[in-house]
Design a binder for this molecule. Structure first.
Ligand SMILES: C[S@@+](CC[C@H](N)C(=O)[O-])C[C@H]1O[C@@H](n2cnc3c(N)ncnc32)[C@H](O)[C@@H]1O
Ligand SMILES: [Zn+2]
Length: 386
């Protein structure tokens, strides 16, 4: 983690500011374009290139110690496998901090499962220019259309916060297009992969954390963004209410959620939906069993076929290989929860949370390769007024 990230972090349990005790750190050599942007933004000082590889983040409010390991702050409110690894590696050093305990809350329903299933989903992703069936170029176009020019202008030079950032590519697009800092939060270890991949970018920050206990200060973000995440929590409404507190007044929040489009549409689409609804809970609860693995492998071939048909209609859709098709099948068939929400419902939640200027993002503004998918689902943005 870059040391200046400390300004934005907070204890996920009691919201107090955190104190950093660094164990291993260095100054990272920066690229000329990063130095020049840091100068323009008046950020360039001795701290700017200070990178913490390992250390302890201490909360004096509730006397809890959170690890920084492999450059990643782990601000999850309960112990995780990475916490155990940290405790073993720094057992001697941690004696100094005997007055601090490990975090000990109970995870909200489904979170242990997310850590496990989504962590393995992204393992081995090699930043090859394609996510799902979209090129990075189309991803970036989609991102710009999701926020729209006014929100992009608003986010310029501010702090963009992404909830459920996965491998971090969208957070990177935020820094590129808004010359801002971006902070990506995710519960799974995809975020470790992101922090390693983007380690030399001083405007990109990643933290392992939960949407229900965000480890950042309240009323902080100039733009908040979450795509494809909150419907996978036990309650979309509650996770939205939790993250919304961290958007500052006048700031913007965008969410993309599964919509009810898959329940309607063509007969083939409705069949696919019923199959998904029937199989997902069984596969999710028996993730490692042979029948589940065999079903996912079979579904991957289905995805290869559907992808070939999509490509006949639109060559901008990227070609799946078996690994990518399996990844898509896992994403669809392994989450424990996959709620569906329409615009009116999300808009009513946002209004109750003090947002205004709420609008549904038009699927026709998306790159063609994503329009069909976007039309069946719900992209909403709004501005926090209070
Ligand atoms: C389908 S992936 C979407 C990733 C990325 N936003 C994208 O659009 O490609 C869902 C992501 O949400 C994360 N996630 C799920 N529940 C979460 C929670 N309660 N808190 C934080 N992240 C969560 C998962 O770990 C996973 O990386
Ligand atoms: Zn605390």
């Amino acid at each position: 983690m870059w040391s200046r990230m400390l300004d934005w972090l907070a204890c996920p349990v009691c919201h107090s500011p955190l104190r950093l005790e660094s164990f291993e750190e260095s100054h990272i050599e920066l690229a000329p374009e990063h130095i020049s942007l840091a100068k323009q933004r008046n950020l360039l000082d001795d701290e700017f290139s200070r990178h913490i590889a390992s250390g302890a983040l201490l909360c004096d409010g509730c006397r809890v110690l959170y690890p920084v390991l492999y450059g990643l702050p782990v601000l999850v409110p309960y112990p995780t496998p990475i916490y155990a690894e940290f405790a073993a590696m720094f057992a001697d050093r941690l004696r100094e901090f005997a007055a601090y305990r490990p975090p000990a809350l109970e995870p909200v329903p489904g979170e242990r499962f997310v850590m496990d299933s989504f962590s393995s989903e992204w393992i081995g992703y090699n930043y090859d220019g394609v996510i799902w069936d979209l090129s990075y170029e189309d991803h970036e176009k989609r991102f710009l259309a999701e926020l729209g020019p006014a929100v992009i202008a608003h986010g310029h030079g501010g702090l963009f916060v992404e909830i459920g950032c996965g491998i971090g590519v969208t957070s990177f697009f935020a820094t590129k297009n808004m010359q801002c800092d971006a902070l990506g939060v995710d519960l799974s270890l995809a975020v470790l992969q992101a922090s390693r991949h983007f380690k030399t970018d001083p405007f990109l920050h990643f933290v392992q954390g939960s949407a229900f206990y965000l480890p950042i200060r309240r009323s902080l973000a100039s733009v908040m963004y979450s795509h494809g995440v909150l419907h996978h929590t036990y309650s979309t409404a509650k996770s939205l209410a939790s993250i919304a507190q961290h958007c500052r007044e006048g700031g913007w929040l965008y969410v993309w959620l599964y919509g009810s489009g898959s329940q309607k549409g063509s007969a083939a689409r409705r069949m696919a939906y019923l199959l998904e609804e029937g199989l997902r809970p069984i596969i999710a609860r028996n993730l490692r069993s042979l029948p589940s693995r065999a079903a996912l492998a079979a579904m991957a071939y289905g995805y290869l076929l559907v992808n070939a048909l999509h490509r006949l209609r639109d060559t901008a859709v990227e070609k799946y290989d078996y690994e990518k098709a399996l990844h898509a099948a896992r994403d669809r068939f392994t989450p424990l929860y996959a709620h569906r929400q329409d615009f009116a419902e999300v808009a009513s939640w946002l209004t109750a949370l003090g947002f205004e200027d709420i609008e549904e993002v038009d699927w026709r503004t998306m790159p063609t390769a994503n329009q069909d998918n976007y039309r069946r689902n719900t992209g909403v943005r709004g501005r926090r007024s209070s």
